[in-house]
Design a protein around this ligand. Sequence first.
Ligand code: C5P
Length: 318
Amino acid sequence: MTPVGRTRLTAQAPAKVNLTLAVVGRRDDGYHALESVFARIGLYDELSVEPLAPWEAPEVDGDELSVEGPLAYEPMKDDLVLRATTALRRQAPPSVPRLRFRLTKRIPAAAGLGGGSSDAAAALLLAALAWDVEVDQGALLALAARVGSDVPFFASALRVAMVRGRGESLASLGSPAATLGVLAVTPAARLSTEDVFAALAMLRDRRPSEAAAVTARLADLMAAGAQPPAIVALAPRMREANDLWPAALRVLPGLAAMRFELEQTLMRPFLMSGSGPTLFALYASPAEAAVAAQRLGRELPPSLQGAAIHTADLPATR
Ligand code: C5P
């Protein structure tokens, strides 16, 4: 039986890339302090929700999540979608119904694209709507930060942001003057964020990096609403401005050869997003990125067999 008037709410959950990522220190709570330029891109999961009547799905304890789509997986009880919902439930009246979520998964997981965090942020927004709970922006971001470091960015409305601290400090950077194209290549191997940060903590002789300086330069460009070619021209420096790269190589040494072969094939710098292993190149237009993706599909280097290739917009305006 379906209650009369039951509504299903749906949200798109976008992926992100980190255009730069500077590790600027270690915090008292053990996390690393970051300065990173995050940009939403046009590659989406889709999350929908409907309230469950008390008599529905009695075998399910709490909220329910099913996952479909090209990258469907068997969700566990600690899935970020369910954790986010549980966190919000603590601030909702006890009478609010259990929720049934359906996730269509397209963003590769454990890939540095923020897919799980974006799903969690979408769950927070959808649950707040389904339960009709008002959460002010500050409380929402604090809740999001407890769910995961990248969740506040997705819970905010920001397109391109300077993200600081553990991810809880956000400042808008505006957006480019016209839409860029992104070609993202996710190797078949996955990387756990926790493993990459643990490897970073073990690295000795860390060379001083330029990541913070490049981050500041990029922030200036974005704030000025730069044209795509000016942003693409900074890509060789952005390539060197992810402080997690040496740590990611410790966990997945083959990533260096993958990047080399990609760059040889397309004659473009490839940047690593977040803690990897997704590698991506920036193009001055979506059309150029599409041409490059076709070429890569035809000339896929041996090290990248099994990799997922996506093109996505890095959009100019809302
Ligand atoms: O917050 P999140 O669950 O995404 O982080 C996963 C792990 O990565 C953390 O448990 C922590 O070990 C590490 N991490 C870190 N510094 C950050 C973000 C994550 O050390 N800024």
